[in-house]
Structure formats: structure tokens, C-alpha cells
Design a protein around this ligand. Structure first.
Ligand code: ACO
Length: 386
């Protein structure tokens, strides 16, 4: 029942503080700044795991045995190829559409090539989840490859998911540093409870629209700069700052103008985002061999972080989030800015699919209410009398 106090509905703006379901997939502890996937701390997973294992963990709720891990690794590898029709969509849209829009359109188009699209059994949805998770990375890599003037790189099924992503993107095998960075980024971005894009996925899926439709909705929601798009916006800001000496002046004037500084703040974390901490540590560890460009970004990022935390950390609960340090780290791995958010989405397909499959076990259509503030029973005036 809606929460009604003295005849007036209570509106929770942005659904802040509203619980929409029960879930055992991930826990975001916004007070302590902790994140757990199926009970395992993100710090432990980033240090020890790989993307395939995290996909299994999210979908099946437990760490895989060795046999299970090799089975899911094989399933993800076997699903990597893209249909010709989807490659054509990517080719047609590169240069015209934002890479997040290309990912959204191409993911939606995948439904036409899957004979199980309309099969809503749990088993079929688990199989489709593997195909979506696998192919989303191929779509993003192919988009990046074509943006760079190349053409579709046939996936290498003998290597891991993240290595293959880098291989399809660059048409060459990643070095160890690139692989380590991207493995961590894929793990860190795989899941984050009922954020806007997961909720968007669940709203679409709650109508019993299929998994492709639901994930397509999730991609659409992730695009915005208040959500996943903040990683690109934060690096654009660092580029705009240019010289580290300008950092404090830039932040000061942004705050004075009531502008939001991208990569800071979070609806749930009122403490340091644990994912930002992992990425920041990574960035610092890269300094010994950093290019001048990376050193510049790092200095800007650290100076901006200090100022924001001094001004808004303890006092307002505004800390760096997952998106703030991501740009410089992606840059160290040679990833172009335009595909930061699509990579986030490709990784997050794991969380979206896990949530959708969990929610469908006890599905209920999402249908909230709004408090109507307009008029009623107005007299219709014919067009020639207005
Ligand atoms: N920079 C400056 N001020 C901020 C920031 C920021 N990044 N974030 C919040 N604030 C301020 C707001 O201006 C507002 O101040 P006011 O009360 O004086 O008006 C107050 O904090 C509350 O802000 P809201 O936007 O209402 O808080 P909300 O809970 O909706 O914030 C959000 C969450 C949308 C992420 C916000 O912090 C933001 O816009 N951050 C920048 C964009 C960003 O980095 N998004 C990525 C989030 S992580 C992710 O989605 C993967």
C-alpha cells in the first residue's frame, strides 16, 4: 500500500530510501564504504578473481568449482562471435552515434539472432545471460576497433574474456599491465545492487519483456552522466583543467557555480566508495612508469580529490565514486575515452542479468504512483474557438 500520511501521499524523490525487493546478489554498505558480491568483499575479488568467476558467482550465487569455472569460461568464449547483421549495425553507426547508443541498439538487435529470445524459462534465461554478457564485450570492442579505422576482429576462443576483449579492440594481444587493469575494471563494474540502470532493467523485465529488452533498458539508463556516463565526464573535466596548477581554481569555481563535479557523490555511499579506492590505488601503483599524460591526469585527480574531500567529504558525505579515477586508469590501458561507459555496461550486463533472473523467480510488475497536481474535468474547447 502507498504510504499516505493524513490524506497526502509521501513522495520519495528519486525513490531515495525505498526498498523495491529482496536480493542476495550484492550488498552496498554506504556507511562503512563496503561492497560485497554474494558475500565476498570487492577487495578480495579484485585481488584474487577473474571476470568469468565473478559472472558465475553473480549468476549462480557461489564460487565455481574448477570444472564449473572451465565450463562457464568455455560457454562465454563460445558465445563471443557477433552475427553479421549486428556487425553491420555497428559499422553503419560508428561516427554517427555515441558508442553507448551503438551498444544499446546492437544489444537490442541480438534478440533477432537468438532462437530462445521468447523462452522465459530460467534455464533459457541463464543461457541467454551468458550470450548477452559475452557478446556485449564483443560489441564494445568492435565499436572501438571500427572507430580506430579497423574492422571486425574474429574473437579468439582460446583466451579469457578480458584478454579477448582487448584482442578484439586492438587486434593484438594485451600486455600484462593492460590485462591486469582491465580484469580489475571488469570485476569492479560487474554489479552494484538496485542502482538506476539495474532498476531500469528490472522495470522493463517486470513486464515479462525478455532478457534482451531488459538489458537494453539497462544500457539506456546507464548512459547518463549522473550514472555510468560520469567516468567519461570526469576525464573530460581533467582534460579541461589541463595544467594541474589549475585544479583548485577549477573546482572552486565549479562549486561556487553550484555545478556538480563528476565522479563525486553517491546516493548510497556516504563514505569513500570502495571501488574508487581500489582504482585510486591502482593509479598510484602505475606512477613509476607513467607517461607524462598519465602523470598529469594523476596529479589533477589527486589534487581535485583532496579539495573535494576537504570541502565536502566528512561534512556532506560526498566522496569520490567508482567513476572518478577510472579515466586515468583506462588511459593507462590504452582505452579511448568514448568507450569507457560502454565497457562499464559490458561488465554490468552480468549484474543486470543476475538481478533479472533473481527477480523473475518472484516477479511483480513495477507500477509506482504519482501525485497528480493538475486540474480535472476541464471543458473541451473546439479548435476554432481557442
Ligand atoms: N559535486 C558537487 N556537489 C554535489 C555532488 C558533486 N558531485 N554530488 C552531490 N552534490 C551536492 C548537490 O549539489 C546537492 O547539494 P544541495 O543540497 O546544496 O543542493 C547535494 O549534494 C545532494 O545532491 P543530489 O544530487 O540530490 O544527491 P543524490 O543522492 O541524488 O546524488 C548523484 C547522487 C546523482 C550521483 C550525485 O552525487 C551526482 O550528481 N554526482 C555527480 C555525477 C556522478 O559522479 N555520478 C556517478 C555516480 S556512481 C554511478 O552511478 C556509477
Amino acid at each position: 500500500m502507498a504510504d499516505v500520511v493524513a490524506g497526502s501521499p509521501q513522495i520519495s524523490s528519486g525513490l531515495e530510501g525505498v526498498y523495491i525487493t529482496e536480493s542476495s546478489i550484492s550488498k552496498v554498505d554506504g556507511t562503512q564504504g563496503r561492497l560485497y558480491y554474494r558475500g565476498y568483499s570487492i577487495d578480495v575479488l579484485a585481488k584474487n578473481s577473474n571476470f568469468e568467476e565473478v559472472v558465475f558467482l553473480l549468476l549462480y550465487g557461489k564460487l565455481p568449482t574448477a570444472d564449473e569455472l572451465s565450463e562457464i569460461t568455455k560457454q562465454l568464449a563460445d558465445a563471443r562471435d557477433l552475427p553479421d547483421g549486428v556487425i553491420s549495425i555497428i559499422k553503419e553507426q560508428v561516427g554517427k552515434a555515441d558508442p553507448m547508443d551503438i551498444l544499446r541498439t546492437a544489444t537490442s538487435a541480438l534478440s533477432a539472432y537468438d532462437s530462445e529470445t521468447a523462452d522465459m524459462s530460467k534455464e533459457a534465461n541463464m543461457r541467454k545471460a551468458i550470450r548477452i554478457i559475452s557478446k556485449a564485450s564483443s560489441i564494445v570492442a568492435t565499436t572501438g576497433r571500427i572507430m580506430a579505422g579497423g574492422s571486425y576482429v574474429t574473437p579468439d576462443k582460446s583466451i579469457g574474456h578480458v584478454a579477448n576483449f582487448m584482442y578484439m579492440l586492438n587486434n593484438k594481444m594485451p600486455d600484462k599491465l593492460q590485462l591486469d587493469i582491465m580484469r580489475d575494471m571488469f570485476i569492479i563494474h560487474a554489479e552494484h545492487s538496485s542502482n538506476a540502470s539495474t532498476f531500469g532493467t528490472m522495470v522493463a523485465g517486470s513486464t515479462l519483456a525478455d532478457l534482451y529488452a531488459a538489458v537494453t533498458a539497462g544500457i539506456a539508463v546507464l548512459k547518463g552522466p549522473l550514472h555510468g556516463g560520469a567516468d567519461e565526464a570526469a576525464l573530460k573535466m581533467m582534460k579541461q583543467i589541463g595544467d594541474p596548477q589549475n585544479t583548485e581554481k577549477y573546482i572552486e569555481s565549479a562549486l561556487a557555480g553550484k555545478q556538480k563535479v563528476m565522479g563525486f557523490g553517491h546516493r548510497v555511499y556516504k563514505a569513500y566508495d570502495p571501488r574508487a579506492r581500489i582504482i585510486k590505488e591502482y593509479l598510484i601503483s602505475l606512477q613509476a612508469d607513467a607517461s607524462p599524460e598519465l602523470r598529469n591526469y594523476t596529479e589533477i585527480a589527486l589534487r581535485a580529490e583532496k579539495m573535494m574531500v576537504d570541502k565536502l567529504g566528512q561534512s556532506h558525505g560526498i566522496w569520490p565514486n567508482v567513476d572518478f579515477f577510472a579515466g586515468p586508469v583506462y588511459t593507462a590501458a590504452g582505452i579511448p575515452l568514448e568507450i569507457f561507459t560502454p565497457i562499464f555496461a559490458a561488465s554490468r550486463t552480468a549484474g543486470w542479468c543476475a538481478h533479472m533472473i533473481e527477480y523473475w523467480q518472484n516477479n511483480r510488475l513495477f507500477r509506482p504512483l504519482e501525485k497528480y497536481t493538475g486540474q480535472i474535468d476541464l471543458q473541451y474547447v473546439p479548435l476554432d474557438k481557442r
